[in-house]
Design a protein around this ligand. Structure first.
Ligand SMILES: [Zn+2]
Length: 300
């Protein structure tokens, strides 16, 4: 790879961060796949509609725009929900078809998943799909071919390279840059928008989303975004609708997964209110549109 970290310089002051949502049902999470077979997904009662209502209201109340990485499987069954989200001014992007991690796919399977999902989402909303986030951030070292396939299939940015070292965790791209940057690939150029990490004592810690957002002190999350502002870059927050649903049915999983998955669910809504009050948020699309204006000024 020619460059793993050409920073994307944007003109003007960074006054907003990225708010992102991985749009999937509570039973489709990778951590639960040992007890929920894909073939049984249709037998579960969907809860996304009821989970999305408070989230969309909260975003609207704070004037925040978000990027929703949507599973093709969900879009096929909840077309109206996808149209509602897009009509509220949010960005619809791709989370692949059925939440198979890239580490479990062949290149041909990956291409089929990202093509099928993009086509469906564009047919539903009438708007181009620019971005992709791999299930469980599963583009890891050795799977960079996925980035080339994204470029070939017309995607303009990726948000899957989690710049942390997480041995055995199934994700993590420790050599990746922590801020938005350009990836120069054999297939072309792709913008990379990594989830935000907190720099602390020389290491990078995940702090800006998911279980980390629910289980760590809020001050660490806030510090991560403040650090982004000091560097003059936009941070990227991520959350799942099921994290706002303390009443979701509990599945029979190991105690470690129980803590990570079900811990702090009641904390999510009040913390989100606080986060949305502390910072301004926008969709990644807004940043990518600005990239185009700065491409000519970038070193190649
Ligand atoms: Zn996911």
């Amino acid at each position: 790879m020619k460059s793993l970290g050409t920073p994307i310089a944007l003109s003007g002051r960074m006054t907003a961060h990225h708010f992102t949502v991985d749009l999937e049902e509570y039973f489709q999470v990778s951590a639960l796949e040992s007890c929920v077979a894909r073939s049984t997904w249709d037998s579960y009662t969907p809860r996304l509609l009821q989970q999305m209502k408070p989230l969309l209201e909260m975003l609207a109340r704070h004037g925040a725009k978000a990027t929703f990485f949507v599973l093709g499987w969900v879009a096929e069954r909840q077309r109206e929900l996808i149209r509602t989200i897009a009509a509220a001014g949010h960005e619809i992007a791709s989370h692949g078809w059925d939440h198979v991690r890239v580490t479990h796919q062949t290149p041909a399977q990956f291409r089929d998943s990202i093509r099928r999902t993009k086509n469906l989402l564009e047919a539903i909303t009438g708007q181009p799909v620019l971005g992709f986030r791999a299930p469980s951030f599963s583009i890891v070292a050795g799977r960079e071919w996925a980035l080339d396939l994204l470029i070939e299939e017309g995607y303009r940015y990726d948000s899957s390279l989690f710049p942390v070292r997480r041995p055995g965790g199934g994700y993590g791209y420790p050599n990746g840059s922590s801020d938005p940057h350009w990836l120069e690939r054999p297939a072309g150029r792709l913008a990379e928008i990594p989830p935000t990490t907190l720099r602390w004592c020389g290491v990078r810690l995940p702090a800006a989303g998911g279980a980390y957002f629910r289980l760590l002190p809020y001050n660490l999350v806030r510090a991560a975004f403040r650090q982004c502002e000091r560097r003059g870059v936009r941070g990227t927050f991520y959350i799942h609708p099921w994290e706002l649903d303390a009443a979701q049915p509990r599945l029979n999983v190991s105690w470690v997964t129980r803590v990570r998955h079900y811990g702090g669910l009641r904390r999510t809504a009040p913390r989100l209110q606080r986060l949305l009050a502390d910072f301004r948020f926008t969709a990644i699309r807004d940043t990518v549109d600005r990239f185009d204006a700065t491409v000519a000024a970038q070193p190649v």
